[in-house]
Design a protein around this ligand. Structure first.
Ligand code: MLT
Length: 310
């Protein structure tokens, strides 16, 4: 049967519905958040490791399970920056993620931050509680007819573009890879063009360890005055220091941040800036996305079972 011998360790917190599906599909499913040292000792018993972002799968852990049962590591989510993918593969361990499940949820959060910034919702929530009524000061801008620049036109970037277009925004994107079947109204531009002509800029690129941020001081200098920046991708793809400077310099009017260089963020200037709309890394954190992640995990495991039997 499908259940044959498949032992799965879920090392991070995943949706109960997903755990249930996995229990129905697999022989042994353990949920346990071991310490890094314990995990090195226990992991070799399992065929599959499922993680989110908390568990770091680095060389030392991979070395510790070399030659053991472990065949597959699955990231229940998109970003693979907590896993040394190349090293795992070099040791014969497959690595997969669930890139399809959270697209819509992340895209909607991006819209949420854009609307919050353009209409001062994040500031209103603070100032009204303090007893002020800054109706005049909070004159906003419409998203309609504004230009959105998307950096990274993969699954999520594309979904953001489609939703933004539906709101009447002009959409352009920067992408280093070839783009197939882009919407005819959504144009590919070079980075300088994107930086200098966008009213909103949103990032949808992975974090590449060791790489410098895509938006650093030089890039902020090239932006249109009054631009809004959204980062629901990964901390580190934009420089927080350069962002704060660009806000001080009056280049950036506001930023919506779901991800941070350190999580939770410790930078006081960032936490205290009324120009920044904050959320605690909740892009994929919807009932729908988490349920879909569970389904995508089961599909990945069933596919592994099938390949083992053929
Ligand atoms: C992801 O890469 O899927 C997201 O950061 C979601 C998460 O793990 O919280």
């Amino acid at each position: 049967s499908m259940k044959e011998k498949m032992k799965v360790l879920i090392a991070d917190d995943i949706a109960p519905s997903a755990v249930k599906l996995l229990q129905e599909a697999c022989y042994e499913v353990d949920t346990n958040t071991y310490s890094p040292e314990e995990l090195k000792k226990k992991l070799g018993h399992y065929h599959v490791l499922i993680v989110r972002s908390a568990t770091k799968v680095r060389k030392d852990l991979i070395d510790a399970v070399e030659g053991s049962n472990l065949e597959l590591i699955v990231r229940a989510g998109v970003g693979l920056d907590n896993i040394d993918v190349g090293y795992a593969k070099s040791k014969g361990i497959e690595v997969k993620n669930t890139p399809n499940s959270s697209i819509g949820s992340v895209a909607e959060l991006v819209l949420g931050h854009m609307l919050s910034l353009s209409r001062n919702l994040h500031r209103s929530n603070v100032t009204l509680r303090k007893g002020s009524w800054p109706k005049k000061e909070y004159k906003g801008t419409e998203l309609f007819n504004s230009t959105l620049g998307i950096i990274g036109y993969g699954r999520i970037g594309r979904a953001v573009g489609d939703k933004a277009k539906a709101l009447g925004m002009k959409v352009q994107f920067y992408e280093i890879y070839d783009v197939q079947n882009a919407d005819k109204d959504i144009k590919q531009v070079d980075m300088d063009m994107l930086l200098s002509t966008s009213d909103f800029i949103t990032l949808h690129v992975p974090a590449l360890p060791g790489k410098s941020p895509i938006l650093g001081e030089a890039e902020f200098q090239k932006m249109k005055k009054g631009v809004y920046i959204i980062n629901c991708a990964r901390g580190g793809v934009l420089s927080e220091k350069a962002l704060l400077k660009a806000i001080d310099d009056g280049i950036v009017a506001g930023a919506g941040l779901d991800v941070f260089e350190k999580e939770p963020p410790e930078c006081k200037a960032l936490l205290e800036s009324e120009r920044i709309s904050l959320s605690p890394h909740i892009g994929a954190n919807t009932f729908e996305a988490q349920e879909r992640i569970g389904n995508e995990l089961v599909e990945i495991l069933l596919d592994l079972c099938e390949r083992r039997h053929s």
